[in-house]
Write a protein that binds this ligand. Structure first.
Ligand SMILES: C[S@@+](CC[C@H](N)C(=O)[O-])C[C@H]1O[C@@H](n2cnc3c(N)ncnc32)[C@H](O)[C@@H]1O
Length: 228
Protein backbone atom coordinates (compact mmCIF):
# COMPACT_ATOMS: atom_id res chain seq x y z
CA UNK A 1 0.00 0.00 0.00
CA UNK A 2 1.19 3.50 -0.66
CA UNK A 3 2.32 5.76 2.18
CA UNK A 4 2.55 8.78 -0.09
CA UNK A 5 0.62 11.49 1.80
CA UNK A 6 -1.14 13.01 -1.20
CA UNK A 7 -2.38 9.62 -2.40
CA UNK A 8 -3.32 8.13 0.93
CA UNK A 9 -6.93 8.96 1.92
CA UNK A 10 -6.06 8.29 5.56
CA UNK A 11 -3.51 11.10 5.42
CA UNK A 12 -6.10 13.54 4.12
CA UNK A 13 -8.52 12.57 6.88
CA UNK A 14 -6.11 12.37 9.77
CA UNK A 15 -3.28 14.48 8.36
CA UNK A 16 -3.26 17.04 11.12
CA UNK A 17 -2.48 14.50 13.85
CA UNK A 18 0.59 12.83 12.41
CA UNK A 19 2.57 13.14 15.65
CA UNK A 20 6.32 12.93 16.07
CA UNK A 21 8.61 12.50 13.07
CA UNK A 22 9.54 8.87 12.53
CA UNK A 23 12.97 7.57 13.44
CA UNK A 24 15.14 6.39 10.53
CA UNK A 25 14.36 2.78 11.47
CA UNK A 26 10.62 3.42 11.62
CA UNK A 27 10.72 5.20 8.25
CA UNK A 28 12.55 2.23 6.74
CA UNK A 29 9.92 -0.14 8.12
CA UNK A 30 7.13 2.03 6.70
CA UNK A 31 8.85 2.24 3.30
CA UNK A 32 10.03 -1.36 3.00
CA UNK A 33 8.23 -3.64 5.49
CA UNK A 34 4.71 -2.17 5.32
CA UNK A 35 4.37 -2.85 1.55
CA UNK A 36 5.32 -6.49 2.24
CA UNK A 37 2.69 -7.01 4.95
CA UNK A 38 0.16 -4.48 3.66
CA UNK A 39 -3.27 -5.16 2.20
CA UNK A 40 -3.74 -5.01 -1.59
CA UNK A 41 -4.25 -1.43 -2.86
CA UNK A 42 -7.51 -2.27 -4.58
CA UNK A 43 -9.93 -5.10 -5.30
CA UNK A 44 -11.63 -7.49 -2.89
CA UNK A 45 -9.85 -8.52 0.32
CA UNK A 46 -10.13 -12.14 1.39
CA UNK A 47 -8.41 -12.49 4.79
CA UNK A 48 -8.14 -16.28 4.48
CA UNK A 49 -6.34 -15.96 1.14
CA UNK A 50 -3.93 -13.36 2.57
CA UNK A 51 -2.73 -15.82 5.22
CA UNK A 52 -3.78 -19.24 3.89
CA UNK A 53 -1.91 -21.23 6.53
CA UNK A 54 -3.95 -19.76 9.42
CA UNK A 55 -7.18 -21.38 10.65
CA UNK A 56 -8.98 -18.25 11.90
CA UNK A 57 -9.11 -14.63 10.74
CA UNK A 58 -9.33 -11.61 13.04
CA UNK A 59 -9.47 -7.86 12.47
CA UNK A 60 -8.55 -5.01 14.80
CA UNK A 61 -9.90 -1.57 13.88
CA UNK A 62 -7.95 1.43 15.19
CA UNK A 63 -5.11 -0.52 16.79
CA UNK A 64 -3.32 2.61 18.08
CA UNK A 65 0.27 1.59 18.87
CA UNK A 66 -0.52 -2.07 18.13
CA UNK A 67 0.08 -3.49 21.63
CA UNK A 68 -3.12 -5.52 21.63
CA UNK A 69 -2.81 -6.59 17.98
CA UNK A 70 0.78 -7.79 18.33
CA UNK A 71 0.22 -9.56 21.66
CA UNK A 72 -2.87 -11.33 20.29
CA UNK A 73 -0.93 -12.40 17.19
CA UNK A 74 1.87 -13.79 19.35
CA UNK A 75 -0.58 -15.64 21.61
CA UNK A 76 -2.62 -17.06 18.68
CA UNK A 77 -0.30 -18.23 15.91
CA UNK A 78 -3.15 -20.16 14.22
CA UNK A 79 -5.01 -16.91 13.66
CA UNK A 80 -4.25 -14.38 10.94
CA UNK A 81 -4.67 -10.81 12.23
CA UNK A 82 -5.40 -7.75 10.12
CA UNK A 83 -4.94 -4.33 11.71
CA UNK A 84 -6.28 -1.06 10.29
CA UNK A 85 -5.06 2.25 11.66
CA UNK A 86 -4.69 5.65 9.95
CA UNK A 87 -2.21 7.18 12.44
CA UNK A 88 1.28 6.86 10.97
CA UNK A 89 3.15 6.80 14.29
CA UNK A 90 0.92 3.96 15.51
CA UNK A 91 1.51 2.01 12.31
CA UNK A 92 5.28 2.55 12.69
CA UNK A 93 5.19 1.30 16.30
CA UNK A 94 3.25 -1.79 15.30
CA UNK A 95 5.65 -2.49 12.42
CA UNK A 96 8.59 -2.28 14.85
CA UNK A 97 6.97 -4.80 17.20
CA UNK A 98 5.90 -7.17 14.39
CA UNK A 99 9.41 -7.08 12.93
CA UNK A 100 11.07 -7.61 16.32
CA UNK A 101 8.82 -10.58 17.13
CA UNK A 102 9.20 -12.04 13.62
CA UNK A 103 5.44 -12.48 13.32
CA UNK A 104 4.12 -13.96 10.07
CA UNK A 105 0.43 -13.75 10.97
CA UNK A 106 -0.19 -9.99 10.81
CA UNK A 107 -1.21 -7.78 7.91
CA UNK A 108 -1.60 -4.01 8.27
CA UNK A 109 -3.31 -1.19 6.46
CA UNK A 110 -2.70 2.48 7.12
CA UNK A 111 -6.22 3.52 6.31
CA UNK A 112 -9.60 4.70 7.46
CA UNK A 113 -11.42 1.45 8.23
CA UNK A 114 -14.69 2.86 6.88
CA UNK A 115 -13.13 3.09 3.43
CA UNK A 116 -11.47 -0.32 3.38
CA UNK A 117 -14.04 -2.55 5.11
CA UNK A 118 -16.43 -2.60 2.10
CA UNK A 119 -13.67 -4.38 0.17
CA UNK A 120 -13.58 -7.31 2.61
CA UNK A 121 -15.35 -10.50 1.51
CA UNK A 122 -18.66 -11.26 3.22
CA UNK A 123 -18.44 -13.69 6.19
CA UNK A 124 -14.67 -13.59 6.11
CA UNK A 125 -13.82 -12.90 9.78
CA UNK A 126 -14.04 -14.89 13.00
CA UNK A 127 -13.38 -11.94 15.27
CA UNK A 128 -13.45 -8.15 15.16
CA UNK A 129 -11.88 -6.00 17.88
CA UNK A 130 -12.82 -2.34 18.30
CA UNK A 131 -11.02 -1.23 21.45
CA UNK A 132 -11.44 2.24 22.88
CA UNK A 133 -12.64 3.92 19.69
CA UNK A 134 -12.34 7.71 19.66
CA UNK A 135 -15.08 8.72 22.11
CA UNK A 136 -16.54 11.89 20.56
CA UNK A 137 -17.93 12.88 23.97
CA UNK A 138 -20.04 15.81 22.86
CA UNK A 139 -23.59 15.03 21.89
CA UNK A 140 -23.33 17.03 18.68
CA UNK A 141 -20.30 14.90 17.66
CA UNK A 142 -22.02 11.56 18.34
CA UNK A 143 -22.57 10.97 14.62
CA UNK A 144 -18.77 10.77 14.18
CA UNK A 145 -18.63 7.69 16.40
CA UNK A 146 -17.35 4.58 14.70
CA UNK A 147 -20.28 2.51 15.96
CA UNK A 148 -23.39 3.49 14.05
CA UNK A 149 -25.87 1.77 11.80
CA UNK A 150 -23.62 1.64 8.71
CA UNK A 151 -20.67 0.08 10.60
CA UNK A 152 -23.01 -2.26 12.49
CA UNK A 153 -24.23 -3.51 9.10
CA UNK A 154 -20.59 -3.97 8.02
CA UNK A 155 -19.81 -5.93 11.22
CA UNK A 156 -22.81 -8.17 10.52
CA UNK A 157 -21.73 -8.67 6.92
CA UNK A 158 -18.08 -9.37 7.71
CA UNK A 159 -18.44 -11.79 10.60
CA UNK A 160 -18.95 -15.49 9.97
CA UNK A 161 -21.94 -17.04 11.76
CA UNK A 162 -20.61 -17.68 15.27
CA UNK A 163 -18.00 -14.93 14.86
CA UNK A 164 -17.50 -12.37 17.60
CA UNK A 165 -17.32 -8.62 17.91
CA UNK A 166 -15.57 -7.12 20.95
CA UNK A 167 -16.01 -3.45 21.75
CA UNK A 168 -14.34 -1.78 24.73
CA UNK A 169 -14.78 1.78 25.92
CA UNK A 170 -14.33 3.86 29.05
CA UNK A 171 -16.96 6.41 28.06
CA UNK A 172 -20.32 5.66 29.63
CA UNK A 173 -22.43 7.25 26.92
CA UNK A 174 -20.49 5.33 24.25
CA UNK A 175 -21.01 2.05 26.12
CA UNK A 176 -24.74 2.76 26.37
CA UNK A 177 -24.79 3.74 22.69
CA UNK A 178 -23.12 0.44 21.67
CA UNK A 179 -25.50 -1.58 23.81
CA UNK A 180 -28.52 0.12 22.26
CA UNK A 181 -27.13 -0.27 18.71
CA UNK A 182 -26.08 -3.90 19.00
CA UNK A 183 -28.38 -5.53 21.51
CA UNK A 184 -31.36 -4.17 19.56
CA UNK A 185 -30.08 -5.92 16.42
CA UNK A 186 -31.17 -9.54 16.09
CA UNK A 187 -28.04 -10.41 14.11
CA UNK A 188 -26.07 -10.12 17.36
CA UNK A 189 -26.36 -11.63 20.82
CA UNK A 190 -24.61 -10.00 23.76
CA UNK A 191 -22.35 -12.53 25.45
CA UNK A 192 -22.89 -11.48 29.06
CA UNK A 193 -20.47 -13.40 31.23
CA UNK A 194 -22.46 -12.70 34.39
CA UNK A 195 -25.26 -10.25 35.00
CA UNK A 196 -23.10 -7.27 35.89
CA UNK A 197 -19.58 -8.14 34.86
CA UNK A 198 -19.01 -5.92 31.86
CA UNK A 199 -16.19 -4.12 33.66
CA UNK A 200 -14.28 -7.40 34.08
CA UNK A 201 -11.75 -7.69 31.24
CA UNK A 202 -12.31 -10.92 29.27
CA UNK A 203 -9.71 -13.61 30.00
CA UNK A 204 -7.98 -13.08 26.65
CA UNK A 205 -7.94 -9.27 26.81
CA UNK A 206 -4.60 -7.48 26.53
CA UNK A 207 -4.48 -4.07 28.18
CA UNK A 208 -3.53 -1.21 25.88
CA UNK A 209 -1.56 1.90 26.72
CA UNK A 210 -4.56 4.08 25.94
CA UNK A 211 -6.69 2.07 28.36
CA UNK A 212 -4.25 2.62 31.24
CA UNK A 213 -4.55 6.39 30.83
CA UNK A 214 -8.13 6.32 32.19
CA UNK A 215 -9.19 9.23 30.01
CA UNK A 216 -12.86 8.32 30.00
CA UNK A 217 -15.58 8.90 32.57
CA UNK A 218 -16.11 5.30 33.71
CA UNK A 219 -14.18 2.09 34.29
CA UNK A 220 -13.41 0.30 31.00
CA UNK A 221 -16.28 -1.89 29.87
CA UNK A 222 -15.98 -4.84 27.50
CA UNK A 223 -18.84 -5.99 25.32
CA UNK A 224 -18.67 -9.25 23.38
CA UNK A 225 -21.35 -9.88 20.76
CA UNK A 226 -21.93 -13.16 18.95
CA UNK A 227 -22.91 -13.02 15.27
CA UNK A 228 -25.82 -15.43 14.94
C1 LIG B 1 -8.54 6.18 21.45
S1 LIG B 1 -7.49 5.41 20.32
C2 LIG B 1 -7.38 3.73 20.92
C3 LIG B 1 -6.26 2.97 20.30
C4 LIG B 1 -6.18 1.48 20.65
N1 LIG B 1 -7.35 0.75 20.21
C5 LIG B 1 -5.95 1.27 22.12
O1 LIG B 1 -6.87 0.80 22.82
O2 LIG B 1 -4.84 1.57 22.59
C6 LIG B 1 -8.54 5.26 18.90
C7 LIG B 1 -7.80 4.83 17.66
O3 LIG B 1 -8.71 4.66 16.60
C8 LIG B 1 -8.10 5.15 15.41
N2 LIG B 1 -9.18 5.49 14.47
C9 LIG B 1 -10.01 6.55 14.51
N3 LIG B 1 -10.86 6.53 13.48
C10 LIG B 1 -10.55 5.43 12.74
C11 LIG B 1 -11.06 4.88 11.53
N4 LIG B 1 -12.06 5.46 10.87
N5 LIG B 1 -10.50 3.74 11.07
C12 LIG B 1 -9.49 3.13 11.74
N6 LIG B 1 -8.97 3.62 12.89
C13 LIG B 1 -9.49 4.75 13.39
C14 LIG B 1 -7.31 6.35 15.88
O4 LIG B 1 -6.30 6.73 14.98
C15 LIG B 1 -6.75 5.84 17.20
O5 LIG B 1 -5.53 5.18 17.05
Amino acid sequence: MTTEPTQNPAFRLFGRSQGKPLSARQQRLVDEFLPRIGLPDDGPIDPAALMPDRRRQALEIGFGGGEHLVAQAEANPQTGFIGIEPFLNGVAKALTAIDAAGLGNVRLARADAREILPRFETASLDQIFLLFPDPWHKKRHAKRRFVQQSTRDEFARLLKPGGRLRIATDVKSYADHCMVELSGDDRFIWQARTADDWTLPPADHITTRYETKNLGDCAPVFMDFLRV
